[in-house]
Design a protein around this ligand. Sequence first.
Ligand SMILES: Nc1ncnc2c1ncn2[C@@H]1O[C@H](COP(=O)(O)OP(=O)(O)O)[C@@H](O)[C@H]1O
Ligand SMILES: [Mg+2]
Length: 298
Amino acid sequence: MRPILSTLPGDQVQLMMCPVARALRVRVDPGKIEQAVMNLALNACDAMPTGGVLKIKTCRVEPTNATMGGPRDQPYALLEVADTGCGMDPETRAHIFEPFFTIKPTDKGTGLGLSMVYGIVKQTGGSIEVQSAVGQGTTFRVFLPLAEKAVTSAPSKRAPRILGHVATNSETILLAEDQPSIRQEVRESLEAKGYNVLEAETGTDAFDIAECYPGTIDVLVTDVIMPQLRGFELARRVGQLHSDLSVVFMSGYSEEALVENGLLSEPNVSFIQKPFDPETLVATLRQVLEARRYQISW
Ligand SMILES: Nc1ncnc2c1ncn2[C@@H]1O[C@H](COP(=O)(O)OP(=O)(O)O)[C@@H](O)[C@H]1O
Ligand SMILES: [Mg+2]
């Protein structure tokens, strides 16, 4: 939801997104949960007319963790939407989930946003809590029960790709890069082209994501030198889990080092030398994806 959320706040509001590194699995209607996040984010922006920070975070909460609040019967996925806005007094807070409750002018508020959020959360077996005080900002916490199994209707890994298929850029990219500025730039340029990007700060996190992601990962875009698990080893391991994987290595080192490793002889593996511009990255990505199509077709 990052692209759409970043269009919400005005210049004065800073959007911070802190997604959990290891993806959590919940059984929800994606459209509805997006609607809930949108409503919470819109309210947060309304509460910060002169600016502030909108922070959206996800994490796993164990039943033993009392600091986070929420139910205690099982582990939950927590979705937190926090703002540094005007906050609410206890009287307002007591009514916010009621349909048609609003303190906004009639052209601005319908009073339906939070009652809708409440309905969506309850429908998925979750719960919602709010913490707020006047002048102290507001934090909404949505707790969703963790699902055990992946939904099986996700496209099968072995689904054949048809040669000449029009590129829709709907592929999923796993991005591993320890430098935050480069990671952000790469993510943004790939998302702008319509790719679904899963990002990780370390090779180990990237491998964890590859292990628990329920869909197909099409391309690994990875730094070569990273602490803990390095790019080559990561590519080898992710390739074992996602068998039609393409790989783009990003490195400040020259291509020759990779050629010596024998890696670049594969058509679905490529290299891009840092620093690079977004166009070069996107072109390299398309090239390894095309190579893969040819391999799998006749
Ligand atoms: N993040 C927030 N900060 C302060 N007040 C909030 C926040 N979110 C909701 N509220 C209060 O809850 C009320 C109901 O919200 P909602 O159901 O979304 O309706 P609406 O936004 O149309 O007023 C708002 O009018 C506002 O008073
Ligand atoms: Mg609202």
